[in-house]
Design a protein around this ligand. Sequence first.
Ligand code: SAH
Length: 347
Amino acid sequence: MQIEKKDIRALSKDQLREFFVSNGDKAFRGNQVYEWLWNKGAHNFEDMTNVAKSTRQMLEENFVINHIRVDQMQKSEDGTVKNAVRLHDGLVVESVLIPTETRTTACVSSQVGCSLDCNFCATARLKRMRNLNPDEIYDQVIAIDNESRLYHNRPLSNIVFMGMGEPLMNYNNVMKAIDKIISPEGLGMSPKRITVSTSGVPKMIKKLADDEVKFRLAVSLHSAIDEIRSQIMPFSKSFPLADLREALEYWYSHTKSRVTYEYVVWKGINDNKASVDALVKFCKYVPCKVNLIEYNPIDDGEFQQASEESINEYIKALERNDIVVKVRRSRGKDIDAACGQLANKEA
Ligand code: SAH
Protein backbone atom coordinates (compact mmCIF):
# COMPACT_ATOMS: atom_id res chain seq x y z
CA MET A 1 0.00 0.00 0.00
CA GLN A 2 1.27 3.40 -0.88
CA ILE A 3 1.66 5.81 2.00
CA GLU A 4 -0.07 9.10 1.33
CA LYS A 5 2.55 11.76 0.86
CA LYS A 6 2.29 14.93 2.89
CA ASP A 7 1.85 18.36 1.33
CA ILE A 8 5.26 19.91 1.92
CA ARG A 9 3.77 23.38 2.07
CA ALA A 10 1.83 22.48 5.20
CA LEU A 11 5.21 22.63 7.00
CA SER A 12 6.49 25.82 8.57
CA LYS A 13 10.05 26.92 7.89
CA ASP A 14 11.15 25.56 11.27
CA GLN A 15 9.51 22.23 10.58
CA LEU A 16 11.29 22.01 7.24
CA ARG A 17 14.62 22.79 8.89
CA GLU A 18 13.96 20.09 11.49
CA PHE A 19 13.07 17.62 8.76
CA PHE A 20 16.44 18.09 7.10
CA VAL A 21 18.34 17.86 10.36
CA SER A 22 16.55 14.64 11.26
CA ASN A 23 17.55 13.29 7.84
CA GLY A 24 21.21 14.03 8.44
CA ASP A 25 21.32 17.21 6.36
CA LYS A 26 21.87 20.82 7.35
CA ALA A 27 19.05 23.01 8.71
CA PHE A 28 20.00 25.54 6.06
CA ARG A 29 18.67 23.16 3.40
CA GLY A 30 15.24 23.85 4.88
CA ASN A 31 15.64 27.56 4.15
CA GLN A 32 16.58 26.83 0.56
CA VAL A 33 13.61 24.58 -0.05
CA TYR A 34 11.30 27.00 1.74
CA GLU A 35 12.45 29.75 -0.57
CA TRP A 36 11.75 27.60 -3.61
CA LEU A 37 8.29 26.78 -2.36
CA TRP A 38 7.17 30.22 -1.28
CA ASN A 39 9.33 32.80 -2.97
CA LYS A 40 9.99 31.22 -6.30
CA GLY A 41 6.71 29.34 -6.53
CA ALA A 42 8.29 26.01 -7.55
CA HIS A 43 5.75 23.43 -8.73
CA ASN A 44 8.21 20.52 -8.82
CA PHE A 45 11.12 19.34 -6.73
CA GLU A 46 13.01 19.03 -10.03
CA ASP A 47 13.03 22.84 -10.33
CA MET A 48 15.07 23.26 -7.14
CA THR A 49 18.33 23.45 -8.98
CA ASN A 50 20.58 24.44 -6.07
CA VAL A 51 19.51 21.34 -4.13
CA ALA A 52 21.40 18.08 -4.75
CA LYS A 53 19.66 15.57 -6.99
CA SER A 54 19.60 12.92 -4.28
CA THR A 55 17.93 15.37 -1.90
CA ARG A 56 15.32 16.24 -4.51
CA GLN A 57 14.59 12.55 -4.95
CA MET A 58 14.27 12.09 -1.20
CA LEU A 59 11.77 14.98 -1.10
CA GLU A 60 9.86 13.46 -3.99
CA GLU A 61 9.52 10.20 -2.06
CA ASN A 62 8.20 11.92 1.05
CA PHE A 63 6.13 14.86 -0.13
CA VAL A 64 3.90 16.35 -2.78
CA ILE A 65 3.54 19.99 -3.78
CA ASN A 66 -0.23 20.47 -3.95
CA HIS A 67 -0.34 23.37 -6.33
CA ILE A 68 -3.50 24.85 -7.70
CA ARG A 69 -3.98 24.79 -11.45
CA VAL A 70 -5.63 27.58 -13.39
CA ASP A 71 -7.95 25.47 -15.53
CA GLN A 72 -9.63 28.20 -17.43
CA MET A 73 -9.01 31.89 -17.85
CA GLN A 74 -11.77 34.14 -19.12
CA LYS A 75 -11.08 37.72 -20.18
CA SER A 76 -13.69 40.44 -20.01
CA GLU A 77 -13.99 43.32 -22.47
CA ASP A 78 -12.99 45.66 -19.64
CA GLY A 79 -9.72 43.80 -18.91
CA THR A 80 -11.02 41.83 -15.93
CA VAL A 81 -9.75 38.25 -15.90
CA LYS A 82 -11.47 35.36 -14.13
CA ASN A 83 -9.53 32.25 -13.22
CA ALA A 84 -11.24 28.94 -12.61
CA VAL A 85 -8.84 27.38 -10.17
CA ARG A 86 -8.71 23.61 -9.83
CA LEU A 87 -7.60 22.34 -6.42
CA HIS A 88 -5.68 19.12 -5.82
CA ASP A 89 -8.87 17.24 -4.96
CA GLY A 90 -10.65 18.35 -8.12
CA LEU A 91 -12.85 21.04 -6.57
CA VAL A 92 -12.92 24.45 -8.23
CA VAL A 93 -12.92 28.03 -6.92
CA GLU A 94 -12.76 31.28 -8.82
CA SER A 95 -10.53 34.32 -8.48
CA VAL A 96 -10.55 37.58 -10.38
CA LEU A 97 -7.96 40.10 -11.58
CA ILE A 98 -9.38 43.61 -11.71
CA PRO A 99 -7.21 46.21 -13.48
CA THR A 100 -7.69 49.97 -13.27
CA GLU A 101 -5.46 52.80 -14.55
CA THR A 102 -3.31 52.74 -11.46
CA ARG A 103 -3.76 49.39 -9.76
CA THR A 104 -4.33 45.71 -10.19
CA THR A 105 -6.54 44.10 -7.60
CA ALA A 106 -6.84 40.37 -6.95
CA CYS A 107 -10.21 39.20 -5.67
CA VAL A 108 -9.64 35.82 -4.04
CA SER A 109 -11.78 33.03 -2.61
CA SER A 110 -11.51 31.68 0.92
CA GLN A 111 -13.88 28.70 0.79
CA VAL A 112 -15.20 26.28 -1.82
CA GLY A 113 -18.81 27.46 -1.89
CA CYS A 114 -19.94 29.50 1.11
CA SER A 115 -21.16 28.84 4.65
CA LEU A 116 -23.71 31.66 4.45
CA ASP A 117 -26.99 32.04 2.68
CA CYS A 118 -27.35 35.57 1.28
CA ASN A 119 -30.34 35.38 -1.05
CA PHE A 120 -28.86 37.70 -3.67
CA CYS A 121 -25.49 35.96 -4.08
CA ALA A 122 -24.76 33.21 -6.60
CA THR A 123 -21.99 31.71 -4.45
CA ALA A 124 -24.47 31.09 -1.63
CA ARG A 125 -26.26 28.61 -3.85
CA LEU A 126 -23.25 26.33 -3.81
CA LYS A 127 -23.14 24.64 -0.48
CA ARG A 128 -19.94 25.02 1.43
CA MET A 129 -17.73 22.09 0.46
CA ARG A 130 -14.62 22.93 2.44
CA ASN A 131 -12.28 25.65 3.61
CA LEU A 132 -9.29 26.53 1.47
CA ASN A 133 -5.84 25.84 2.89
CA PRO A 134 -3.44 28.74 3.38
CA ASP A 135 -1.40 27.68 0.34
CA GLU A 136 -4.51 27.45 -1.86
CA ILE A 137 -5.35 31.03 -0.96
CA TYR A 138 -1.77 32.18 -1.43
CA ASP A 139 -1.51 30.43 -4.82
CA GLN A 140 -4.54 32.30 -6.17
CA VAL A 141 -2.72 35.53 -5.33
CA ILE A 142 0.48 34.37 -7.02
CA ALA A 143 -1.42 33.31 -10.14
CA ILE A 144 -2.97 36.77 -10.41
CA ASP A 145 0.35 38.48 -9.68
CA ASN A 146 1.84 36.56 -12.61
CA GLU A 147 -1.06 37.51 -14.87
CA SER A 148 -0.77 41.15 -13.83
CA ARG A 149 2.93 41.17 -14.74
CA LEU A 150 2.19 39.45 -18.03
CA TYR A 151 -0.79 41.51 -19.19
CA HIS A 152 -0.19 44.85 -17.46
CA ASN A 153 3.57 44.91 -16.91
CA ARG A 154 3.16 45.58 -13.23
CA PRO A 155 2.84 43.52 -10.07
CA LEU A 156 -0.38 43.06 -8.21
CA SER A 157 -1.07 46.10 -6.02
CA ASN A 158 -4.12 45.16 -3.90
CA ILE A 159 -5.96 42.11 -2.63
CA VAL A 160 -9.58 41.82 -1.61
CA PHE A 161 -11.05 38.75 0.07
CA MET A 162 -14.30 39.17 -1.80
CA GLY A 163 -14.38 36.00 -3.86
CA MET A 164 -16.20 32.84 -2.86
CA GLY A 165 -16.72 32.13 0.80
CA GLU A 166 -16.83 33.90 4.12
CA PRO A 167 -13.22 34.61 5.13
CA LEU A 168 -14.01 34.90 8.85
CA MET A 169 -15.49 31.38 8.82
CA ASN A 170 -12.07 30.15 7.69
CA TYR A 171 -10.22 32.40 10.07
CA ASN A 172 -6.98 30.56 10.77
CA ASN A 173 -6.21 29.67 7.17
CA VAL A 174 -6.99 33.17 5.91
CA MET A 175 -4.69 34.63 8.59
CA LYS A 176 -1.90 32.23 7.66
CA ALA A 177 -2.27 33.10 3.97
CA ILE A 178 -2.16 36.83 4.74
CA ASP A 179 0.93 36.34 6.93
CA LYS A 180 2.61 34.73 3.96
CA ILE A 181 1.45 37.46 1.55
CA ILE A 182 2.87 40.24 3.73
CA SER A 183 6.02 38.43 4.79
CA PRO A 184 9.22 39.37 2.94
CA GLU A 185 9.60 35.66 2.24
CA GLY A 186 6.29 35.71 0.40
CA LEU A 187 5.10 38.72 -1.58
CA GLY A 188 6.18 41.39 0.90
CA MET A 189 2.95 43.28 0.32
CA SER A 190 1.80 45.99 2.72
CA PRO A 191 -1.22 44.87 4.80
CA LYS A 192 -2.79 48.27 4.07
CA ARG A 193 -3.35 47.00 0.54
CA ILE A 194 -5.32 43.99 1.70
CA THR A 195 -9.05 44.09 2.52
CA VAL A 196 -10.94 41.29 4.18
CA SER A 197 -14.66 41.46 3.52
CA THR A 198 -17.13 39.83 5.88
CA SER A 199 -20.85 39.59 5.95
CA GLY A 200 -20.44 40.51 9.59
CA VAL A 201 -19.62 37.83 12.14
CA PRO A 202 -19.32 39.90 15.35
CA LYS A 203 -17.25 37.45 17.38
CA MET A 204 -14.67 37.09 14.62
CA ILE A 205 -14.47 40.85 14.02
CA LYS A 206 -13.50 41.19 17.67
CA LYS A 207 -10.93 38.45 17.24
CA LEU A 208 -9.38 40.39 14.35
CA ALA A 209 -9.03 43.36 16.69
CA ASP A 210 -7.53 41.19 19.44
CA ASP A 211 -5.07 39.76 16.94
CA GLU A 212 -4.05 43.32 16.02
CA VAL A 213 -4.33 42.75 12.31
CA LYS A 214 -3.09 45.55 10.09
CA PHE A 215 -5.25 44.96 7.03
CA ARG A 216 -8.52 46.70 6.16
CA LEU A 217 -11.99 45.51 7.07
CA ALA A 218 -15.08 45.68 4.87
CA VAL A 219 -18.55 44.64 5.99
CA SER A 220 -21.34 43.65 3.61
CA LEU A 221 -24.11 45.59 5.31
CA HIS A 222 -26.87 46.01 2.70
CA SER A 223 -29.33 47.10 5.36
CA ALA A 224 -29.08 48.78 8.75
CA ILE A 225 -32.55 47.54 9.72
CA ASP A 226 -32.64 44.09 11.35
CA GLU A 227 -35.92 42.94 9.79
CA ILE A 228 -34.73 43.71 6.27
CA ARG A 229 -31.21 42.43 6.76
CA SER A 230 -32.32 39.10 8.16
CA GLN A 231 -34.74 38.69 5.28
CA ILE A 232 -32.05 39.05 2.61
CA MET A 233 -29.17 37.59 4.65
CA PRO A 234 -30.96 34.94 6.74
CA PHE A 235 -27.87 33.93 8.78
CA SER A 236 -27.87 37.45 10.24
CA LYS A 237 -30.84 36.53 12.42
CA SER A 238 -28.19 35.10 14.74
CA PHE A 239 -26.11 38.28 14.49
CA PRO A 240 -28.33 41.30 15.14
CA LEU A 241 -27.07 44.73 14.11
CA ALA A 242 -26.59 45.72 17.75
CA ASP A 243 -23.95 42.97 18.07
CA LEU A 244 -22.36 43.97 14.79
CA ARG A 245 -22.23 47.57 15.96
CA GLU A 246 -20.60 46.58 19.23
CA ALA A 247 -18.01 44.45 17.41
CA LEU A 248 -17.21 47.29 15.01
CA GLU A 249 -16.78 49.74 17.87
CA TYR A 250 -14.40 47.26 19.45
CA TRP A 251 -12.56 46.88 16.12
CA TYR A 252 -12.19 50.64 15.70
CA SER A 253 -11.11 51.33 19.28
CA HIS A 254 -8.33 48.75 18.90
CA THR A 255 -7.18 49.33 15.32
CA LYS A 256 -8.16 52.93 14.53
CA SER A 257 -8.87 51.64 11.06
CA ARG A 258 -11.92 52.94 9.22
CA VAL A 259 -14.50 50.34 8.15
CA THR A 260 -15.90 50.09 4.63
CA TYR A 261 -19.57 49.18 4.28
CA GLU A 262 -20.66 47.45 1.10
CA TYR A 263 -24.22 48.21 0.22
CA VAL A 264 -26.50 47.35 -2.69
CA VAL A 265 -29.74 49.26 -3.13
CA TRP A 266 -32.58 47.04 -4.40
CA LYS A 267 -35.98 47.99 -5.70
CA GLY A 268 -38.71 47.43 -3.11
CA ILE A 269 -36.27 46.21 -0.46
CA ASN A 270 -34.12 49.03 0.84
CA ASP A 271 -34.93 51.91 -1.53
CA ASN A 272 -36.93 53.79 1.08
CA LYS A 273 -36.35 56.67 3.44
CA ALA A 274 -36.33 54.53 6.57
CA SER A 275 -33.44 52.48 5.12
CA VAL A 276 -31.48 55.60 4.14
CA ASP A 277 -31.95 57.09 7.61
CA ALA A 278 -30.96 53.83 9.29
CA LEU A 279 -27.75 53.63 7.24
CA VAL A 280 -26.81 57.23 8.03
CA LYS A 281 -27.38 56.49 11.72
CA PHE A 282 -25.35 53.27 11.59
CA CYS A 283 -22.49 55.09 9.84
CA LYS A 284 -22.11 57.39 12.82
CA TYR A 285 -21.11 54.61 15.20
CA VAL A 286 -17.57 54.19 13.86
CA PRO A 287 -15.53 56.08 11.23
CA CYS A 288 -16.37 54.50 7.92
CA LYS A 289 -16.97 54.89 4.24
CA VAL A 290 -19.75 53.43 2.12
CA ASN A 291 -19.33 51.66 -1.21
CA LEU A 292 -22.61 51.53 -3.07
CA ILE A 293 -22.23 48.45 -5.27
CA GLU A 294 -24.12 47.95 -8.48
CA TYR A 295 -26.35 44.87 -8.32
CA ASN A 296 -25.33 42.03 -10.60
CA PRO A 297 -28.41 40.02 -11.46
CA ILE A 298 -28.05 36.34 -10.75
CA ASP A 299 -31.54 35.02 -10.99
CA ASP A 300 -35.09 35.28 -12.16
CA GLY A 301 -35.57 38.84 -11.02
CA GLU A 302 -36.39 38.49 -7.32
CA PHE A 303 -33.80 41.21 -6.77
CA GLN A 304 -33.54 44.25 -8.97
CA GLN A 305 -31.21 47.20 -8.89
CA ALA A 306 -33.00 50.28 -7.53
CA SER A 307 -33.54 53.38 -9.65
CA GLU A 308 -30.85 55.99 -10.02
CA GLU A 309 -33.05 58.37 -8.05
CA SER A 310 -33.15 56.08 -5.02
CA ILE A 311 -29.40 55.63 -5.16
CA ASN A 312 -29.01 59.40 -5.32
CA GLU A 313 -31.11 59.70 -2.17
CA TYR A 314 -28.53 57.58 -0.39
CA ILE A 315 -25.64 59.60 -1.80
CA LYS A 316 -27.20 62.92 -0.84
CA ALA A 317 -28.06 61.81 2.69
CA LEU A 318 -24.62 60.33 3.32
CA GLU A 319 -22.80 63.36 1.93
CA ARG A 320 -24.98 65.71 3.95
CA ASN A 321 -23.75 63.86 6.99
CA ASP A 322 -20.08 64.00 5.91
CA ILE A 323 -19.89 60.28 5.27
CA VAL A 324 -17.64 59.30 2.38
CA VAL A 325 -19.59 57.44 -0.26
CA LYS A 326 -18.44 55.90 -3.55
CA VAL A 327 -20.45 54.25 -6.25
CA ARG A 328 -18.71 51.08 -7.43
CA ARG A 329 -19.42 50.13 -10.99
CA SER A 330 -19.29 46.41 -11.72
CA ARG A 331 -16.35 44.92 -13.55
CA GLY A 332 -16.24 41.73 -15.56
CA LYS A 333 -19.99 41.27 -15.75
CA ASP A 334 -19.82 39.73 -19.22
CA ILE A 335 -17.80 36.81 -17.84
CA ASP A 336 -19.75 36.43 -14.57
CA ALA A 337 -16.79 37.76 -12.62
CA ALA A 338 -18.57 40.60 -10.80
CA CYS A 339 -19.53 40.65 -7.10
CA GLY A 340 -21.86 37.82 -6.21
CA GLN A 341 -21.58 36.09 -9.58
CA LEU A 342 -18.88 33.54 -8.75
CA ALA A 343 -20.56 30.17 -9.04
CA ASN A 344 -18.33 27.82 -11.03
CA LYS A 345 -20.67 27.95 -14.02
CA GLU A 346 -18.06 26.58 -16.38
CA ALA A 347 -16.62 23.92 -14.10
N1 SAH B 1 -18.63 36.61 2.43
C1 SAH B 1 -17.90 37.85 2.34
C2 SAH B 1 -17.01 37.89 1.13
C3 SAH B 1 -17.73 37.94 -0.20
S1 SAH B 1 -17.60 39.55 -0.81
C4 SAH B 1 -18.86 39.01 2.40
O1 SAH B 1 -20.06 38.78 2.35
O2 SAH B 1 -18.43 40.14 2.54
C5 SAH B 1 -18.73 39.64 -2.07
C6 SAH B 1 -19.47 40.97 -2.01
O3 SAH B 1 -20.40 41.03 -3.10
C7 SAH B 1 -20.27 41.13 -0.75
O4 SAH B 1 -20.28 42.47 -0.36
C8 SAH B 1 -21.65 40.70 -1.20
O5 SAH B 1 -22.64 41.19 -0.37
C9 SAH B 1 -21.68 41.29 -2.59
N2 SAH B 1 -22.64 40.62 -3.47
C10 SAH B 1 -23.10 39.37 -3.39
N3 SAH B 1 -23.95 39.12 -4.40
C11 SAH B 1 -24.01 40.24 -5.13
C12 SAH B 1 -24.70 40.58 -6.33
N4 SAH B 1 -25.47 39.71 -6.96
N5 SAH B 1 -24.50 41.83 -6.83
C13 SAH B 1 -23.69 42.70 -6.21
N6 SAH B 1 -23.01 42.43 -5.09
C14 SAH B 1 -23.17 41.21 -4.55
